[in-house]
Ligand binder design. Structure first.
Ligand SMILES: Cc1cc2nc3c(=O)[nH]c(=O)nc-3n(C[C@H](O)[C@H](O)[C@H](O)COP(=O)(O)O)c2cc1C
Length: 392
């Protein structure tokens, strides 16, 4: 395999080696029952391991029941929920890939409907209660609704904050005990930790609000507390919304400061997404990360400027995500210093064997040696038959 192709260069972070730079971005499936992984989750995540993504993340996995986005989200607040994930981590590892988990608390964006049901994404209400899915009280840094018409969350007091932090720590320990090798803290998309960071979600007047320092305090405390239980050999990631893209919101400059502080708190990689604080979609930006428009247009690599800046201006590694489609595009992002890792969501759902196909396209796996052995010999024969038929 050619070392010149960065997409397939292994990356060691602390003592953990990712076999390549391709990451399966966290993807909610809204298919869990009582937070427990189902056969769907095994099938969904193991397919990406067969496709040889270097790091396969679970969907946002709630650290407590009220932190689920929907009633069908994965959870890891019980040992039974952790155990249900064990076959998944074991399979991912058996393919030579690394299993990661995104630990999450949805905060004031909890208690909603899955996107693919009627009125998807909106808050649960009495109609859902009648169907067996009652809404629950959401929590947040401040008693501010996501947007007009959404339920008012309860403001967390400092005792609650200790409990939420403890829930993240307990979840991390459970995740490690069932074979996850990478933990990502979800601090993006308007969920609990993001809403602490953003002035649009956090209007507290205690030590956990106010200026940037105050707003960063709780996410940094959670990071340090989780780091304390993660072995030194294992990486800790955090996904942030690098910009809110809204007047008076979190900016790329805030992200640069936060990235540096996250490194001090023990994080290794910042995964750079954007938006979501008000339930709104993510936004386009120019090369400096400045929002260009407030529409929802998403062009290839539209969030790469954020990961590029974090990487250049802090001593933390970065991951790019968002409309990364083509292997050449992914390679260019890495070669030009835009990120250390690329994460794919919808594209890899469309083609779960994207990494293997990318290796073929970039010429690093001409003999299909990267494929699972059960397939490799037959796929190689397929190529020979195809070539013979083309010749004749
Ligand atoms: C079905 C679906 C579920 C998602 N679930 C999560 C999630 O659990 N956690 C998260 O941080 N982002 C989630 N996202 C965002 C993706 O991880 C990714 O950042 C986004 O889709 C942009 O990448 P893409 O253009 O490659 O899809 C989800 C996106 C989709 C399409």
């Amino acid at each position: 395999m050619s070392n010149a192709v960065k997409l397939f260069e292994p990356l060691t972070i602390r003592g953990t080696t990712l076999p390549n730079r391709i990451v399966v971005s966290p993807l909610c499936m809204y298919s869990a029952i009582d937070g427990l992984a189902q056969p769907w989750h095994f099938s969904h995540l193991s397919t990406f391991a067969r496709g040889k993504a270097g790091l396969v993340f679970t969907e946002a996995t709630a650290v407590e029941a009220r932190g689920r986005i929907t009633p069908r989200c994965l959870g890891i607040w019980t040992d039974a929920q952790a155990d249900a994930l064990k076959p998944i981590t074991a399979f991912i590892e058996s393919m030579g890939c690394v299993a990661g988990i995104q630990l999450a608390h949805a905060g004031r964006k909890a208690s909603t409907r899955a996107p693919f049901v009627e009125k998807g994404g909106s808050p649960l209400n009495q109609e859902d209660a009648e169907r067996g899915d009652p809404p629950w009280q959401t929590v947040a840094p401040s008693a501010l609704p996501v947007t007009d018409g959404w339920p008012l969350p309860r403001e967390l007091d400092t005792t609650d904050l200790d409990e939420v932090k403890a829930a993240f720590v307990a979840a991390a320990k459970r995740a490690l005990s069932v074979g996850f090798k990478v933990i990502e803290l979800h601090m993006a998309h308007g969920y609990l930790l993001h809403s602490f960071l953003s002035p649009l979600g956090n209007q507290r007047d205690d030590a956990y609000g106010g200026d940037l320092e105050g707003r960063m305090r709780f996410p940094l405390e959670v990071t340090a507390a989780v780091r304390a239980v993660v072995p030194d050999t294992m990486p800790l990631f955090a996904r942030i919304s690098a910009i809110d893209g809204k007047e008076g919101g979190w900016t790329i400059e805030d992200s640069v400061v936060f990235g540096g502080r996250m490194a001090e708190a023990g994080a290794d990689v910042i995964d750079c997404s954007s938006g979501g604080i008000g339930g709104a979609p993510r936004f386009r930006s120019d090369d400096t990360g400045k929002p260009l428009t407030t529409d929802s247009a998403r062009t290839p690599g539209f969030q790469v400027p954020f990961s590029r800046r974090l990487r250049a201006e802090t001593n933390i590694k970065s991951m790019a995500v968002g409309v990364i489609i083509d292997p050449h595009q992914a390679e260019e992002i890495l070669q030009s210093g835009g990120a250390d890792l690329v994460a794919l969501g919808r594209e890899i759902m469309h083609d779960p064997f994207w990494p293997l196909h990318a290796a073929e396209t970039l010429g690093v796996d001409p003999d299909y040696r990267m494929w699972p052995e059960q397939y490799a010999w037959a796929v190689d024969r397929r190529a020979q038959i195809k070539a013979l038929n083309q010749d004749s």
